[in-house]
Design a protein around this ligand. Structure first.
Ligand code: NOJ
Length: 547
């Protein structure tokens, strides 16, 4: 890949591929590597810099690949190792970098290590690679502590021999013991295995969860009992513990062994931007998702505070900010923003949209949010289908739900399937080009009957479409010297309007008020998120201006 002055990851727009739902090459109703390879020209023409691919490793798929049985092989559902190598090479030929997901907090219960731990029994070296403990109570029938699984229910499962093992997610995802040197050595070797195959970095799953308090104490309250407000960083026994950074300092050294700029992005949910910044110090990881931006309400003060705090905290440690609106774990943002009250939510707590959906409003805001995100200093993430304006599929029938959250919560949480529905490429009816014509199997989740209008084919060339808005914005962003890494200067603006300047010669303005406002001074309009209202910027509209 050609070298540039600043490392690529300080500016990059990274497109997230949820492999099951992106493109199905072999017609089995599940997306795969062949599908991704066939869509590389699309990704190139969209104007993104890199792709992050959700886990593609061998897996029993209890959590759609986040339960890895073999980190050095590809699951047959998705293809082969040789195909992965071809994809990496072809992506590079298209000028697109490749970032797989790495899952270091837990393995699958079918991983050779966990199987060996089960066979070896209590007290063995094999069990020490995971977190096994005796239970509480006279007969050990109570779990070792009160930790809960992120998918609902207790975080412990008991074995027939009486010991319990920890799983912060599903029982099929036993947590590794990062106090054990075998675990460090194994993951550093896995990183090298993939770096040697040309990957440009990794997205690190649950980066904030690897280290557990050695005594495994019960949970502290997360909210102040008097005010009910979330606490600003509690000493949590398994989230965001300081010792986790030692692991990533070692990983950074591994990445630095390889030529070219390899880069890590942390999935780290932290209570404060200061805590997030700790992941991306000079000798640690390169970047981190900025979930505060995604979790913000559509409100000018909230958004501005998130932007200012993120830039200040990350800037203080010399790291670029990144911005993200959606991913495979959260309600798609047109459906979040299309609610009267767009509330802020708290990390590690379930978000439920409230009230009726006004999708037109949600789409209008999503268009403005895209221009805001892509104008902010740093890098950005685009979740597949976001560029098509896909809403959350909120009415999937219960009998098709597959997210483990649905079962584990005792059918009280529907889970994340609504943002994972296979995306539409072309045609008038399902599978909308997701699978080849005449494919024997239907898409693994049903696609809505009205998705033809969202397809890539339907939107291509339609200047008013979300796809063309993203395409134009991404191409302008690549060419404009003010965009990407750098700083911003806020401009004076009417109440409810956010306006900032990027040097040289660029202004972004977003109207979050309920009235139309004149545009700030400019020499030319580069792009607007919708038609201006008699020359004025309408509510929930954004513009990029030359100044
Ligand atoms: C975070 C991933 O984004 C999510 O999809 C997964 O279920 C959990 N980590 C567990 O690996």
């Amino acid at each position: 890949m050609p070298g540039t002055a600043a490392p690529w990851w300080r500016n990059a727009v990274i497109y997230q591929i949820y492999i099951r739902s992106f493109a199905d090459g072999n017609g089995d109703g599940v997306g795969d590597i062949a599908g991704i390879r066939s869509r590389l020209p699309y990704l190139k023409s969209l104007g993104i810099d890199a792709i992050w691919i959700n886990p593609w490793y061998k897996s029993p798929m209890a959590d759609h690949g986040y339960d890895v049985a073999d980190y050095r092989d590809i699951d047959p559902l998705f293809g082969t190792l040789a195909e992965a190598e071809q994809l990496i090479e072809e992506a590079h030929q298209h000028g697109i970098r490749v970032i797989p997901d790495i899952v270091p907090n837990h393995t699958s219960d079918q991983h050779a290590w966990f199987q060996a731990a089960l066979a070896a029994g209590p007290g063995s070296a094999e069990r020490d690679r995971y977190i096994f403990r005796p239970g509480r109570g006279p007969d050990g029938s109570k779990p070792p502590n009160d930790w809960v699984s992120a998918f609902g229910g207790p975080a412990w499962t008991r074995l027939p021999d009486g010991e319990w093992y920890l799983h912060l997610f599903a029982p099929q995802q036993p947590d590794l013991n990062w106090q054990n040197p075998d675990v460090h050595a194994e993951f550093e070797s896995i990183l090298r295995f993939w770096f040697r195959r040309g990957v440009d970095g990794f997205r690190i799953d649950v980066a904030h969860g690897l280290i557990k308090h050695p005594e495994l104490p019960d949970l502290p309250p997360r909210r102040d009992p008097d005010s009910g407000q979330p606490w600003q960083h509690v000493d949590h026994p398994h989230w965001d513990r300081d010792e986790v950074h030692d692991i990533f300092r070692a990983w950074r050294k591994v990445a630095d062994e390889f030529h070219g700029d390899r880069s890590f992005v942390a999935e780290a949910w932290t209570d404060t931007p200061e805590r997030l910044a700790a992941y991306v110090r000079q000798d640690g990881l390169h970047t981190s998702f900025n979930f505060d931006f995604l979790m913000s309400s559509w409100h000018p003060q909230d958004l501005r505070a998130v932007i200012d705090n993120s830039l200040a905290m990350l800037g203080a440690v010399g790291a670029p900010a990144t911005w993200v609106l959606s991913n495979h774990d959260v309600v798609r943002h047109p459906s979040r923003y299309g609610r009267k009250a767009t509330k802020r939510w708290v990390a590690n707590e379930t978000y439920r949209p409230e009230g009726p959906l006004d999708l037109e409003l949600g789409i209008r805001r999503a268009r403005a949010a895209a221009l805001l995100m892509l104008a902010l200093p740093g890098g950005a993430y685009v979740y597949q289908g976001e560029e098509l304006g896909l809403p959350e599929v909120e009415d999937l029938p219960e009998d098709v739900l597959q997210d483990p959250v649905w079962e584990r919560s005792g059918h009280t949480e529907r889970g994340r399937d609504g943002c994972r529905v296979p995306i539409p490429w072309s045609g008038q009816s399902t599978p909308y080009g997701f699978s080849p014509d005449g494919a024997p199997a239907a898409p693994w989740l049903p696609q809505p009957a009205d998705w033809a209008e969202y397809s890539v084919e339907a939107q291509t060339g339609d200047e008013a479409s979300m796809l063309e808005l993203y395409r134009t914005a991404l191409h302008l962003r690549r060419e404009h010297p003010a965009l990407g890494d750098g700083t911003l200067t806020w401009l004076d603006a009417p109440d409810g309007v956010l306006a900032f300047n990027r040097d040289p010669g660029f202004t972004c303005v977003v109207n979050l008020s309920t009235e139309a406002h004149p545009l700030p001074d400019h020499t030319a309009i580069l792009l607007t998120s919708g038609p201006l209202d008699g020359g004025l910027l309408a509510p929930d509209q954004a513009a990029w201006l030359a100044v």
